[in-house]
Design a protein around this ligand. Structure first.
Ligand code: FES
Length: 126
């Protein structure tokens, strides 16, 4: 059962997107060959640049697709983008820049081509 659009409160209306970063048992685990996840740096950047009101960053336990290592999912009203195989800090820096530029514009900008190689298809589609 779902509510009609008009029945929901207008919460988070200022936010243009959300990034959920997995910090589960495999992602970020050096013993399993993963690169440490710079979540605190991401959080610091988003908080210190006043982006928090416009973009939500959260960490999560296992997102259920551990094999690519260092999985994150970006969500907005229009799309979901799954990222994996982030083996250095560089893609996280690119994510920060993408989010920062998008917040400045007041809307999510197209995904930078430099991040495309980290995108994977999470679900089977018809
Ligand atoms: S531990 Fe990150 S997706 Fe499973």
């Amino acid at each position: 059962m779902s509510k009609e659009n008009g029945d929901w409160p207008d919460f988070n209306k200022n936010r243009i997107g959300q990034l959920i970063v997995c910090e589960g048992g495999t992602c970020g685990n050096r013993d399993k060959g993963a690169h440490p996840i710079p979540f605190d740096q991401l959080k610091k950047t988003i908080k210190s640049n006043g982006m928090k009101k416009h973009f939500k960053l959260t960490s999560s336990k296992c997102l259920g697709v551990c094999k690519p290592h260092n999985v994150s999912v970006f969500l907005s009203d229009d799309e979901q983008i799954w990222f994996g195989q982030m083996k250095t800090d560089e893609p996280y820096v690119q994510l920060e820049q993408w989010i920062s530029c998008s917040v400045d514009e007041g809307q999510m900008l197209p995904l930078p081509t430099t991040l495309e190689k980290y995108v994977f298809k999470r679900f089977k589609s018809n």
